[in-house]
Structure formats: structure tokens, C-alpha cells
Design a binder for this molecule. Structure first.
Ligand code: GLA
Length: 386
């Protein structure tokens, strides 16, 4: 601190060494509203206790060094080579970190050498947005470290640009919104056209409920073609129906849309999105008035729609849903991008253990990889750790 009693001519104090800066950002469970985000629709995710911490510190060399506690060796990129395509496929995970730095520079924020260390406990490839936790923790930590003053929507946008344009995964933005805007005991009703986020009460404990997650271990991967194929089909259906996005069609237009689409696959994809938007809004309505148990049938109907119309489930996932329902879940569904990943079941806490064990037994009977289960609550989004 400067003082007026300092003698004139005292040299300026040396600039303080920039300190390390650490932020944590969570993964997410999407309660309902799947594959609606890139259709400008509605989804209802919540941030979960699993997350990623990112620590940024300065480096003397003009290099971006990316270190993961969970992986071998640092990945290094010269700052003048920081661009999409700079990393090998093996280092794709580091693209979520480098991509954020690149997206910031694309927006005119310059920086010197940096080391970024990440440490995540979000299961990878389980559909719980380990990648959004990674990208958002890095975006928030860099924003703080570099003093950029970006607000939360801008952080979402930077993390999303890294995933879409640097890593090349054509995802729809829900995961980053959940990771940045998460709130304790709330799900977030996200309008993916306006990017408005409405926190809706979801206090599981107060309602005497638990949200059981079964990680089916059936691998899930968003950079392969299937996610993009679904997205293309939705965009094609919207074009043929003459609307900017499937979000623009409500249940009252469903039957007309079905008549007008030329093939069965497009009809099924569009029907999923149109009905899923409706279920998501209905779910938010119930939760606003504290009717947590009553959302169960909407969750289960969402699963059936993903299985039969959007065709993104796999046998492991369908089996876990069936077992949870047989063991007393009010509702159960796959969560996330699909083709594997996690199933959620809304249940009484007393039934969760038996239900989880029943899933393990059912998997053993079919020689599936043993699933892992845990419960989650809704937690706060990205925050600084001191
Ligand atoms: C992934 C994507 C999201 C969203 C979901 C499906 O998690 O990252 O943008 O499309 O799949 O709802």
C-alpha cells in the first residue's frame, strides 16, 4: 500500500508476484430435457458434487502447459501454435483446457506463458459432463488470474466455444450453463434460445427423496458421429417443417408435423424433441409447487422417448432403468448425451441401496461390466477455492 509519508523519489514497489488461482466447476446431471438444447429448447440440469479444479500459474516461457493429476505427463503447446488441430487425438482431453485459452485469445485477450493444472473427480465418458467441468473450471480460473472481468454468460460462451470449435464436439451448451450457473438444491430451467436460466426448487432431502445415479460403464463419446447425426436430423426436420428450430413446435403441432415429415426416422427424432420440451416444462411446473415425486412419470416417459424415438439408449441403460423402476423408483431415465453413460432414479433413500444392488446383480447375469452407483444433490456452480 502506498503511504503519503513515503519520501519523494522512492522507487515504485516491485509488482507483486502473480499468485496461483484455483477454481472448481461441477459436472451435471440433466434431470430431463435431453437433446433439446441444440434445438433451441428447454432442459433442466443441476450441478453435482463431482467436479474439476483448475489452478493457473504464470510461466516464463511462451508456452501453455497443461497438467492433469489423473493423467501422465504435461501437454505443452507453444502459444504461437495454439489453434484448433494443434493437439494429437491422444491429448484430446487437453483440448478442453487449451481450447479455453484459445477462445479467450480469439476474443482479444492476450496472455504470456501459463501453466494450468486440473484435477477432476467427474467420471469420464459417463455422461456427467466431465468435459464441461474441465472447460468451465479453466475458463473461470483464467478469467480470474488474467483479471478479464468476464461475467457468467461469457464464461459459458468461452467454454462452449472451446468444446465446439477447438475440440470439435458439436454440443448444445446445456452442460456449461449447468456448471457455471448451478445452485444448491435447485435445478435450472434453461431456455436454450434466450439462454435464460431459472433456478427451480429441488430440495431432495426436504422431500425425503434421493437421486440415485447408476454409472452403467457402457462407454459414451460425443465426438464420434452419432451425436452429430441426431443433431443433423433435427435440423433437417426443422427445415422441412419451415421453422427455425424444433423448439418452435408445440404438442398441438405434433400431429401435423408427423404428417408432413417424409420419413420415419425424421418423424421419430422430431417427436422426441417436441414431446421432450413439453415434458421438461411440465416437470418444472411440478417442481415450482414442490411436487417432486410427481415428476417420476415424466422422467420415465422421457426415457421411453430416448429409447424408442431418439434411439440413443443401449441395453445396459434400458436394463438399469427397468430394475430401478421395479425397485420402487418414482421415475428413472438415462441422463446426458446417450449411447451409454448414466441412469438416474428418483427414489426413497431406504430403497436406493437394494435397487443399486439389484442393478449389479442383473448386470452380472448378462456379463455386462459391473456398474457403479452413488447419489447426488444439486450444488452450487463454479466458484473460487481459496
Ligand atoms: C451432451 C451435450 C449437451 C446436450 C446433451 C443431450 O451432454 O454436451 O449439449 O446436447 O448431450 O441433452
Amino acid at each position: 500500500m502506498s503511504s503519503t509519508s513515503e519520501p519523494a523519489g522512492t522507487p515504485e514497489p516491485a509488482e507483486a508476484e502473480p499468485v496461483e488461482c484455483t477454481w472448481r466447476a461441477p459436472g451435471r446431471v440433466n434431470l430431463i430435457g435431453e437433446h433439446t438444447d441444440y434445438n433451441d429448447g428447454f432442459c433442466l440440469p443441476m450441478a453435482i458434487p463431482h467436479g474439476c479444479t483448475a489452478t493457473v500459474s504464470p510461466l516464463a516461457e511462451p508456452v501453455l502447459e497443461v497438467v492433469s493429476v489423473q493423467r501422465e505427463g504435461p501437454v505443452e503447446i507453444a502459444l504461437d501454435e495454439l489453434a484448433p488441430g494443434a493437439l494429437s487425438d491422444d491429448d484430446e482431453w487437453a483440448g478442453y483446457v487449451a481450447g479455453v485459452a484459445w477462445a479467450l485469445r480469439e476474443r482479444g485477450h492476450e496472455f504470456a506463458g501459463l501453466s494450468i493444472t486440473v484435477d477432476s473427480d467427474v467420471p469420464v465418458g459417463a455422461g456427467l459432463s466431465s468435459s464441461a467441468a474441465l472447460g468451465c473450471s479453466v475458463a473461470a480460473a483464467l478469467n480470474d488470474h488474467l483479471g478479464l472481468g468476464l461475467d457468467r454468460p461469457e464464461l459459458v460462451s468461452v467454454a462452449r466455444q472451446a468444446e465446439n470449435d477447438f475440440v470439435g464436439a458439436p454440443t448444445g451448451g446445456m452442460d456449461q450453463l449447468a456448471s457455471i450457473f448451478g445452485e444448491r438444491n435447485r435445478v435450472l430451467l434453461c431456455d436454450m434460445r434466450t439462454l435464460d436460466v431459472e433456478p427451480v426448487p429441488f430440495d431432495l432431502e426436504a422431500a425425503g427423496l434421493t437421486l440415485l445415479v447408476i454409472d452403467t460403464k457402457a462407454p459414451h463419446q460425443l465426438t464420434d458421429g452419432l451425436y452429430g447425426e441426431r443433431r443433423d436430423a433435427c435440423e433437417q426436420a426443422a427445415r422441412l417443417l419451415g421453422v427455425p428450430a424444433l423448439r418452435d413446435l408445440g404438442l398441438e403441432e405434433l400431429s401435423d408435423a408427423m404428417d408432413r415429415l417424409p420419413d420415419e426416422t425424421l418423424r421419430k427424432r422430431a417427436r422426441h424433441v417436441i414431446t421432450e420440451n413439453d415434458r421438461t416444462l411440465a416437470c418444472a411446473d411440478l417442481l415450482r409447487t414442490g411436487q417432486l415425486r410427481q415428476i417420476g412419470p415424466l422422467l420415465t416417459a422421457s426415457h421411453a422417448s430416448m429409447r424408442d424415438d431418439f434411439e440413443i439408449t443401449v441395453p445396459e441403460v434400458d436394463l438399469a432403468v427397468e430394475v430401478l423402476l421395479a425397485f420402487g423408483a418414482f421415475g428413472a431415465r438415462m441422463t446426458g448425451g446417450g449411447f451409454g453413460g448414466c441412469v438416474i432414479g428418483l427414489m426413497e433413500p431406504a430403497q436406493a441401496r437394494a435397487a443399486a444392488l439389484a442393478v449389479v446383480a442383473a448386470y452380472a447375469g448378462r456379463d455386462y461390466v459391473e456398474p457403479v452407483s452413488f447419489t447426488v444433490t444439486a450444488v452450487d456452480g463454479a466458484h473460487r477455492l481459496d
